[in-house]
Design a protein around this ligand. Structure first.
Ligand SMILES: [Zn+2]
Length: 90
C-alpha cells in the first residue's frame, strides 16, 4: 500500500504526472488529467486504488478482470485478514 492516505480519505492522482484530482473514500470514474491530458479509469474501494488507461476499457477481458476484482473487494470485511490466502509473486 502506498502512502497516499490524507486525513479520512484518499488522494486520487494522475498515474502519469501525479496531479491530484480527487480526495475521496470511494470512487469509480474516468478522469481526464487537466495537466497532462492523460485519460484514465480510477477505482478506489476499501482502501485499494486501481488506475489504468481509459483506452483499456475497450479490452473487455482486462476490464472484466478489474470489475471482478472490484466485486471481490466488496466482499472483504474489515475483520478479514486474508491470512488464509496464498500469495503468488510474479
Ligand atoms: Zn496527468
Amino acid at each position: 500500500m502506498s502512502d497516499n492516505r490524507r486525513g479520512s480519505g484518499f488522494v486520487v492522482s494522475c498515474p502519469k504526472c501525479g496531479k491530484v484530482h480527487q480526495k475521496s473514500i470511494t470512487t469509480e470514474s474516468i478522469i481526464i488529467c487537466q495537466r497532462c491530458g492523460f485519460e484514465f479509469y480510477s477505482l478506489l474501494k476499501n482502501s485499494v486504488f486501481i488506475a489504468f488507461p481509459a483506452s483499456q476499457i475497450d479490452n473487455t477481458q482486462f476490464f472484466g478482470q478489474v470489475k471482478l476484482l472490484a466485486s471481490t473487494l466488496d466482499r472483504l470485511s474489515p475483520n478479514e485478514t486474508g491470512a488464509d490466502c496464498r500469495e503468488t509473486r510474479v
